[in-house]
Every structure is written in C-alpha cells, then in structure tokens.
Write a protein that binds this ligand. Sequence first.
Ligand SMILES: [Zn+2]
Length: 482
Amino acid sequence: MSEETFNIDKNKTFSTWYDTILEKADLVDLRYDVKGFVIYKPWMMIPLREIARLFEVALEEKGHRPVLFPTVIPEKNLRKEKEHVKGFEPEVFWVTHGGKKKLEEKLALRPTSETAIYPMFRYWIQGYSDLPIKIYQNCSVFRFDTKATRALIRAREFHWIEAHDAFATEEEARKQVEEDMEITKKVLYEKLGIPFLFFERPPWDKFKGAVSTFAADALMPDGKVIQLPSTHLLGQNFAKVFNIRYLKKDGSYGYVYQTCYGPAYSRIFAALISIHGDNNGLIFPFEIAPIQVIIVPIFYNKKEFEIVVRKCEMIRDMLVRNGIRAEIDLTEKTPGAKYYFWEMKGVPIRIEIGTKEVEEHSCIVFRRDLRTRDKIDDSQLLASIKMIASDILENLRNRAEKFLQENIREVSDLAALKRVIEEKGGFVKILFCMREECADKIKEVCSAEVRGKILGSKDKVEGNCAVCGKKAREVVYVAKAY
Ligand SMILES: [Zn+2]
C-alpha cells in the first residue's frame, strides 16, 4: 500500500469493508484451503491474546482455575446426554483412524467440552468439601458448520475460553450465571468498549442439555446482531447423566448443580473490529492494540534524519520502559503514506517528530478515533498518552452505545416488524406469546429470530402477541443474526 488510502463506507457496504480489512490489515490468511479454517496472523494474534488474557484474569479473580483437557472425546461420552448429542451431532468432526488402523471407538474433535470434563468431575467430586469446582480452559473447538462460513464469524475451528462449574446448591449455580454476566460486562463493555444486550434465550433456542441459556448480543454495522458470550444454567441434567454426586453433611447423596460459560474470543475479535472500525480502517482500543504508539520521523536530508531519529528512539525507549508497545516506522515510504497505513491498521496513537519538534522539545500526537492532532510537550507526553488511551476507549464505547440505542425500535404487528427488520435492521421489541410457532412465523416472514427477553427489564407486558394476537406473556427482542 503506497499513498493508496483505505476508504470504504463501513455502514453502507459492511460486507465489503469487512472482507477488505481482513486482507489489507493482514489479520488473517484465507489461503489454507480447508473450508472454514483460517490462519491468524500477528496483527490479529496479539490483540486476540490480550482479549483472552482479559477473560482469564477476570475468571481467575472470581476463583476459577485453569485446566486443559484432551481435544478428543470418546463417542460413548458424547452420546450420554441425549439432548446435547442431538444438538451437536450434525456438527461433529470424527477421528476414525490411527494410522492405517480403524479405531475401536470413534473420537470426536470437541465441539464443546461438557462431555469431556463431566466424566472427570465424577472422580473429582466426592464430598461437599470438594465443592464448588470452578475451572476454565482456553482452547479451540471444532464444528462442522454447514451454513455459509464467514472468516472469524462462522468458522469450523474457533477459539474460546470455556468455564465449567459445579455447586452443591441451585442457588449457587444461579449466582454463577450472574457472575458470568458480570465478567462479560467487565471485559466486553468496560475493557473493549463493546455494548450489548443480555438475553434469556427462549426455550427452543437454549443450549442443548441446559435448563436455560443467557447470551450477550452485540449489534454489527449492517444491523445484524452477533451472539457473544453465553452462559448456561445446566441444573442437574449432566450431573444425573454422568453420575456426579457428592456426600452431603447429613450423610445422604446429592447431584451437583452445574453451569458453563463460553466467551469465543475469535468471534469477539470479529465484532470488535467491525463495531469500532471506520471508513479509514481499523481502530483498536489502546489496551489490546498490537502496536499502541507508532512513531513517524519526518526529515528531508541525512543530517535531519540523524537528529530526528535520535529523538524518536529516545521517545520509543521511554514508552517501552513504561510498558507501552511502541515502534518507529523507518520504512522508506513518505510520511503521508505511513500515516494512511497505520491509520488503516488501527494503531490508536501516532507520534510525529520532525526538526521543529526536536527544537521545541515537543511531539505532534495524533489519535486515531477522532483523527485529531495536538502538540504535546515532551515532559507531558507519557501522561498525555495515558489520558488519550482511556479517552479513546470511552469515545469508542460511547459511539457504539449510541449506535446500539438508536437501533432498538418497537412495533406492534408482524407487517411492521417485517418492514423495520428489512429497512433498518437492529433490534425490534414486540409483545409476544412465547409460543415456538409464532417464532417460526417470524423466521418465515422476516428471516429474523426471537433473541429472547431482557433480564430484569421494566418493559410492561400489556396487550397481545404481535404475531398471533393472543395474550402476550413477554416483551421480546427480534433481530437478524449472524
Ligand atoms: Zn403469538
């Protein structure tokens, strides 16, 4: 990319924007030649690792401990929970051979790890003092998704963290679901600036084998929603199937209550770049940016070069010493080409240094989100960068929150629902009877889904279902989803 600028209208042509930025910013390589499997390159891998780390830290703060289970699950374990296997079987990749020898028992590449982990809980949990168990693993899972794949959004291998917990009481399990929601808010909203709505999914859309499912939906620029972390109350369903019992204080045996939580950080990354990016390319929040500060030297001859680069190195070393990922662009491109390039790559802060800045003991500081430039004294530089970093996050979050709020609408009948979904997208609130056949009707007429009801919502349920006209039982949100 020379002087060429990245200039694609993100909101009008989101799909082009997305496909182009993945390639131009060198986030992934799609040439691996196995459908649904992609290579993550360093510019994606560094922020991805940071996102995963944010979740790991948040989980460990709440008492979770790391584990790593094998990638393969024996067929007999996968088949134990009837609902669960029905839900996942069409998507399982099977290992059938070891070398030339056919295996006696097929092995599934984990599509999710309940049936890998819970047979072991049976050994680990004997008495009440073994509870609670709170563990997580950071791994990849495999699903033979037959819908059209889209890099990072629908993939056949994706990367996530899955937490699995077991408790003595149902009350503790319910508290865990709330804790999972808090963790989601802490990472997604507070650290990454991604606003979302937390839904309780309708019964027909819950995780297979769960009592209930709660999930965070964020809004993409094209008006479709994307499911981010979900947390599931499993009740005693799996405990009964895998015989996970413990000896209670009173000498009797009881089954444990379980929950599981799965932030898929490769998908979160896709949502993050889509939501925060603009027509000039990516915008990374400071904390997770692969390069947080890029320094561009400006010079017109060899003598100037030496003076300017010396200052650039001093500034870079000072930033690196302070834990900031800073680099100097010493390529032979013009300053203008460098600006465009790093803007497209989403680097949150750029520092420009020429002979004037050397003389004046100052720097020009550019912030990517607002595309504004300010002169800052060298003595104030570190403090300013820290301030700008948190201000960028706040600005990105506010911008995204405004977009989300502007795209929540309300209608009272199916025709209006169809019109709003087609013309505007976003979330549409309706009064609903909570019958699956009405949800099917919405799918058929609007190609949209009932995402569920919002927990603790103050919406009044007065009136009739927008689809069938029978008495409404809930206010639900409808949207087209990825
Ligand atoms: Zn209805």
